[in-house]
Write a protein that binds this ligand. Structure first.
Ligand code: FAD
Length: 294
């Protein structure tokens, strides 16, 4: 299909972009920011969105790139998935981001789609929002009124609804480094190699000196209208000492991970019913925790 007509603006700076967005807001116009276009353009073609103008951030190099900033890694919003997954800084310091990004779609989408676009789109089926939640990332946003930070726990408000005001641009994301002793894994169940997640599980887990789990963080993809933290399973995993399944078949990790779907409200669609998604969340969490523990 062909999109409804729209104006096209390509600002020369973030300030310009914010000014255009502020003017549009004052005039009551619906204007959308364009990054890689991998999600927005299909919505325009299907006429599920018909903004009066697109503000293309594509020529703003200050929004692009990865930087090691001591206690966190900063990922500019316009950094493509391909750049993120190949970044040595990301792979070394925040490997969960690299693992999940490598599962996004196919090389063509990863070369155009951006880290910030995936977050701002706030699709619960997207792989990266669950990672941001598990790692307690911080979103840095700017409008004509100035800059502010939004913790990941407050960023994903509802289905396709981030906590961005109409005049706000996502500048980048701070991804905290968790330090040594942590293991990571992203487990994704999808129908075909390049498809969206039916369910995905992002795990970061740390053992204490005695070998028992001291802290677990679990973010779930496609288990509700937003990405969700599996807080009940996280609590149940604390103190569990991973060991081979007992002779009676007991597996304390599996028992704790069996609570991964607690408090979720998974969707029903062509690919899975809610009860199947719940089953997947439990099984995939057990697998992801096992892989993260190595
Ligand atoms: P755009 O499409 O340009 O924008 C998306 C939304 O975010 C728009 O509302 C836009 O206004 C807003 N936005 C973008 N950047 C900013 C910003 N800096 N500040 C404020 N608002 C902003 N994703 C997955 O996670 N897993 C998959 O398996 C997957 N499979 C895919 C398969 C296909 C065939 C396609 C086309 C896409 C797939 N995607 C998948 C989505 C892909 O990851 C997109 O890159 C991502 O959803 C959006 O990024 P984008 O840069 O293209 O954003």
């Amino acid at each position: 299909m062909i999109p409804a007509p729209f104006d096209y603006v390509r600002p020369a700076s973030v300030e310009d972009a914010c000014r255009v967005l502020a003017d549009a807001e004052a005039a009551g116009d619906e204007v959308k920011v364009l990054a890689g276009g991998q999600s927005l353009l299909p919505l325009l073609r299907l006429r599920l969105a018909y903004p009066s103008a697109l503000v293309d951030l594509g020529r703003l190099p200050e929004l692009r790139g990865v930087a090691d900033r001591g206690d966190h890694v900063y990922i500019g919003a316009l950094t493509t998935h391909d750049e993120v997954m190949r970044s040595g800084v990301v792979r070394e310091h925040v490997p969960l981001v690299a693992l999940a990004t490598a599962t996004v779609a196919d090389p063509a989408v990863r070369h155009r789609g951006t880290f910030g676009g995936s977050m701002a789109h706030a699709d619960p089926a997207g792989d990266l929002p669950a990672v941001a939640l598990a790692l307690d990332c911080v979103f840095v946003v700017r409008s004509s009124d100035g800059e502010r930070e939004i913790p990941a726990a407050e960023f994903f408000v509802d289905y396709l609804e981030p906590a961005l005001g109409p005049g706000e641009v996502l500048l980048g994301v701070r991804v905290p480094k968790l330090g040594s002793g942590w293991g990571f894994h992203y487990e994704k169940f999808h129908r075909t190699a390049q498809a969206w997640a039916t369910v995905g599980v992002a795990v970061a887990v740390r053992r204490g000196d005695g070998g028992a789990i001291e802290e677990a963080r679990i973010g779930l993809t496609n288990m509700g209208p937003t990405p969700v933290r599996a807080r009940v399973a996280e609590a149940a995993l604390r103190g569990v000492a991973p060991s081979p399944a007992g002779s009676n078949g007991s597996d304390p990790l599996r028992e704790a991970c069996a609570q991964a779907d607690a408090g979720t409200s998974p969707p029903a669609d062509l690919h899975a019913r809610p009860d199947y998604r719940r089953h997947l969340a439990r099984v995939l969490t057990r697998r992801a925790v096992g892989a993260a523990l190595g």
